[in-house]
Design a protein around this ligand. Structure first.
Ligand code: G3P
Length: 217
C-alpha cells in the first residue's frame, strides 16, 4: 500500500519525505487555506519537494468550469493530479479530463455507488473519507471493503485512496482491506512507528550493555 501525506504544509511534507517511504501528497482547500500562502505557489513548492503524485483540488462546481480549472492546475507540474468532487458535474468533468489524459482523484466519496460511477468515468483515484463517516456513526471501513470488492470483481483499475484518516488503526485497516493508498496527516504518520515496548526494549538493552566493564566491551 502506498503512503501519501494529507497536508499542504512544506515542513510536514519535508519531514515525512525524509522517512524515505512517502509516495505522494494530497491537499484540499482547507489544508491550503491553513498555510496562508497563494495556493498556486504553495502547490508548486510541494511539487518540488516530492517525486510522486500531488493532488490539487478544484473549487469549481459545474463540469465545464471544473475542466477549465483542472487544465490550469495541471500546468503547474507533471506531478499534479486533479481532485474533483464526487458529484454529477464532477463525473462529467472526469470523463472529459480522462479523455485529455489528465489524472483525477474523485474526492468526498461517501458511497460505493459514487465509487463505481467515478471509476466508470475513468477516475485515476477515488478518495473515500473514512473518518468523516465514523464521525456520524457509520463504519468508514465498511465502505472501503465494499469498494475493494466491487473494483476487484470488475477488474477496475481506479486506485482507492483511504482518506480522512484519524489514527494508526485506520492505516492498518486500509492495508488489511487492500486499499491502494492511505493518505495520512503528519500527526498520524508520526505515530505509525511508535510503540512503548520498542522504547522500553531499547532502554533495557542499553542499561544491560552499560553493566559490561570497558575491557569486556
Ligand atoms: O484530504 C481529504 C481528507 O483526508 C480530509 O480529512 O480529517 O478533514 O476529514 P478530514
Amino acid at each position: 500500500m502506498k503512503l501519501f501525506i494529507d497536508s499542504a504544509n512544506i515542513e510536514e511534507i519535508k519531514k515525512a519525505n525524509s522517512l524515505g517511504v512517502l509516495d505522494g501528497v494530497t491537499t484540499n482547500p482547507t489544508l491550503l487555506a491553513k498555510e496562508k500562502q497563494k495556493p498556486v505557489e504553495q502547490l508548486k513548492k510541494i511539487c518540488r519537494e516530492v517525486n510522486g503524485p500531488v493532488s490539487a483540488e478544484v473549487i469549481a462546481l459545474n463540469a465545464s468550469d471544473i475542466v477549465k480549472e483542472a487544465l490550469q492546475l495541471s500546468k503547474l507540474s507533471e506531478n499534479i493530479g486533479i481532485k474533483v468532487p464526487s458529484t454529477v458535474e464532477g463525473l462529467k468533468a472526469t470523463k472529459e479530463l480522462t479523455s485529455l489524459g489528465i489524472k483525477t482523484n474523485l474526492t468526498l466519496c461517501f458511497s460505493a455507488s459514487q465509487a463505481l460511477l467515478v471509476a466508470k468515468a475513468g477516475a485515476s483515484y477515488v478518495s473515500p473519507f473514512v473518518g468523516r463517516l465514523d464521525d456520524i456513526s457509520f463504519e468508514g471501513m465498511d465502505l472501503i471493503k465494499d469498494i475493494r470488492l466491487i473494483y476487484t470483481q470488475y477488474d477496475i483499475k481506479t486506485q482507492i485512496i483511504v482518506a480522512s484518516i484519524r489514527h494508526p488503526l485506520h492505516f492498518v485497516d486500509a492495508a488489511k482491506l487492500g486499499a491502494d493508498v492511505a493518505t495520512v496527516p503528519y500527526a498520524v504518520i508520526e505515530k505509525l512507528m511508535q510503540h512503548p515496548l520498542t522504547d522500553i526494549g531499547i532502554k533495557r538493552f542499553l542499561e544491560d550493555w552499560r553493566t559490561l566493564d570497558t575491557k569486556q566491551k
